[in-house]
Design a protein around this ligand. Structure first.
Ligand code: GLA
Length: 399
């Protein structure tokens, strides 16, 4: 059964009704731009053909019910109150609902929502951002609110920062919202400008998920965030008028770096040079020079490993063997780091046999195979069904 059918079935079972509207939003892969988003630099990502589905129906009574596989129905009376414990997953759609109310959505009564996902969780593919964007599209359709996808990305990120309480940048929401088949999404995180760069249909993105996760991953993420902010503060004390690391070129950075503590200096160097790499990748892709662009993905990984120090042995190993494989244009850790997945951008000559040989080398070294996923670059958040009528077909290996 496809994810869409499962969703409808569950909606019927739990709520004895049909959703008024069904929306989907894709998971995302960070292609290049590691920890550049909250430093107000730029980043490039790809939406992938794995989706979160949200079915929604408005109801008269002011009660909000949520159902997702593996969870009991969560019932909320006050839509502005944050949930905790096992119910905390509903903070993603609830946070988005509140962000949209601030942008003009007129609440009336309550709603019922069912969620189904084929975005593997824990692989760094941002299933939470996909849930936020699918919910945002569904709310807008059901409540008649017209907002552009860029505004939905911004509203969803606001929900994640303020309602859920995660200090992430705009990458995940921006890519899940504005993804386009055969294209990568470029985000200027200072101006909040989203654009697409043509990639071509013959490339795949592979995910090698190590299933390793540092136990302190959340606090390490915010520690890195704080180290970057500390670099900005130190520079300001020496008279540099900047508000973010994105305002420095690498030569300006080198001229000023002696005022930084060495660890903070390494973090900042990574960010400043990574932002320049993102722009270089963008220029190369715009000229169709995918091979040269791919090389910069390896350079990005080396910088995360040596300067930002958010890689782990398992990811370094994967990236090293991927670099020696035919058809691999680039590979690197993708997302926050400290475990998770490595991504590879590949041409047609990289086949499942090669992917499996990477996995078996990894198993030889670490005793366990990584999970393999071959993904196509896909479209972003959209409505797929209104009042039982299909408005769009979903191309996904899982339906
Ligand atoms: C996570 C965050 C993103 C971004 C990346 C690192 O995926 O959610 O906002 O900061 O880490 O680049």
């Amino acid at each position: 059964m496809s994810s869409l059918e499962i969703l409808k079935e569950r909606f019927r079972e739990r709520f004895d009704a049909r959703p008024e509207v069904i929306a989907v939003a894709p998971g995302r892969v960070e292609v290049v731009g590691n920890h550049t988003d909250y430093n107000l630099g730029s980043v490039i990502g790809a939406a992938i053909d794995r989706y979160v589905y949200v079915g929604l129906r408005r109801v008269d009574e002011p009660v909000f019910r949520f159902s997702s596989s593996g969870f009991h129905v969560v019932t909320v009376d006050d839509s502005s109150s944050r949930q905790s414990g096992k119910s905390s997953w509903v903070n993603y759609p609830l946070g988005v609902y509140n962000s949209l109310i601030r942008r003009g959505l007129k609440p009336s009564g309550g709603f019922e929502m069912a969620v189904e996902s084929n975005v593997p969780s824990g692989a760094g593919l941002s299933s939470s951002a996909a849930l936020e964007l699918a919910a945002a599209k569904a709310f807008c359709e059901a409540y008649g609110l017209e907002l552009g996808l860029d505004e939905l990305a911004i509203a969803s990120r606001e929900a994640e920062n303020e309602f859920v309480g995660v200090p992430c940048g705009i990458l995940d929401q921006g890519v899940s919202a504005l993804g386009k088949s055969g294209h990568l999404v470029h985000i200027d995180c200072r101006e909040l400008k989203f654009s697409v760069i043509p990639l071509g249909e013959s490339y795949s993105i592979w995910i090698f998920n190590t299933h390793k996760k540092h136990s302190l991953v959340e606090s390490l993420y915010s520690e890195r965030n704080k180290e970057c902010m500390r670099a900005v503060e130190s520079f300001k004390k020496t008279g540099l008028e900047i508000e973010s690391l994105s305002e420095l070129s690498s030569s300006e950075f080198e001229d000023a770096r002696s005022s930084l503590d060495p660890v903070v200096g390494r973090r900042a160097e990574h960010v400043v040079r990574e932002i320049e790499r993102v722009e270089r990748v963008r220029e190369l892709l715009e000229r169709g020079e995918v091979v040269e662009a791919g090389r910069l993905l390896f350079a990005s990984h080396a910088s995360s490993r040596d300067l930002f120090e958010n890689s782990v042995e398992e990811l370094d190993y994967l990236v090293d063997i991927l670099e020696s494989m035919p058809g691999v244009l680039g590979a690197r850790l993708s997302g926050g780091g400290f475990g998770g997945a490595a991504m590879a951008l590949t041409g047609e000559s990289f086949t499942m046999d090669y992917a499996q040989s990477v996995a078996s080398a990894y198993r030889g070294r670490f005793g366990q195979s990584p999970e393999l996923l071959q993904c196509q670059v896909a479209d972003g958040a959209r409505i797929v069904e209104v009042a039982g009528v299909k408005t769009e077909r979903i191309e996904s290996p899982l339906g």
